[in-house]
Ligand binder design. Sequence first.
Ligand code: NAP
Length: 310
Amino acid sequence: MPPLRRVALIGLGLIAGSMALAMRRDGLASEITGHARSPDTRAVALEVELVDSVHETAAEAVAGADLVVLAVPVGAMAAIAQEIGPHLAPGCIVTDVGSVKQAVIDAVAPHLPAGVHFIPGHPLAGTEHSGPRAGFATLFRNRWCILTPPEVADPQAVARLRALWESMGANVDLMDAPHHDLVLAVTSHAPHLIAYTMVGVADDLRRVTDSEVIKYSAAGFRDFTRIAASDPTMWRDVFLANKAATLEILGRFTEELFALQRAIRREDGDHLHAYFTRTRAIRRGIIEAGQDVDTPDFGRSGVRDEGGAA
Ligand code: NAP
């Protein structure tokens, strides 16, 4: 497939930056333009050569682009779509990388003119770092990217976007937006909320001093803190935008938690053992699917941690 002529990245943080570096590494785009809200971010994006040019407005950045990627927090998508709508070239593909899909479709689609192809997407790859210096070209390697095209989507536009993600190292799956939101509520959104809660509880628990929490964190707490360090704006938007699915999963989580609480109180070791045996098998499945490494301590020593997708 020939390289894209001009790609416009709206938002220049972890995800857009990683896309830019991957596209540059493999010559997937002849030109990359960019826009971010703050002059600082725009300056850094130029300095670290994520993009060929930065623009003060999103409308200027998308002019003449054959692919536009919306890589801003979910809550910012509607205003951006409204701004760029009149400036999109006919035939251009608009995609996004938002962690929630139905809310983004509702926010963006009404602002796009006929003749523009809107193919929503979500790469399941990320770290707890954000901003224009956080990206790296291998972020998407062997990670999944889910596309949620509408039924009427142009197959050629879907194929082109799929090919781009595959060229950046990702495996691509298609599904409908509500299903995506439920799957992600289970695999990402509820776990993030639980991590935020666990770290918040430890912070409140004055009987354990701060220094003890930090000193003995390798006993499990440390893994929660990494997730709980994720960007507050992005995650606020994720929960507000995926409210129904997240609440459904949290309801189930609370029921399971009560069941485990009761098992501990009743000293029902068989229940606990059977439960933990089942959860261990899920971990094995993740490793067999190549989505994590089997080395002790999550392969921390010497391996760059690329987990924590939203
Ligand atoms: P990030 O590193 O925090 O970058 C966000 C970018 O959006 C920044 O360049 C920011 O500009 C810009 N921005 C924010 N509000 C804006 C506005 N109103 N107008 C214009 N630009 C604005 O975020 P990220 O991690 O790349 O996340 C971007 C999207 O990817 C989100 O929708 C998120 O849900 C999704 N996602 C994230 C992950 C993850 O793990 N991080 C994984 C998959 C998908 P300034 O710096 O100037 O504020």
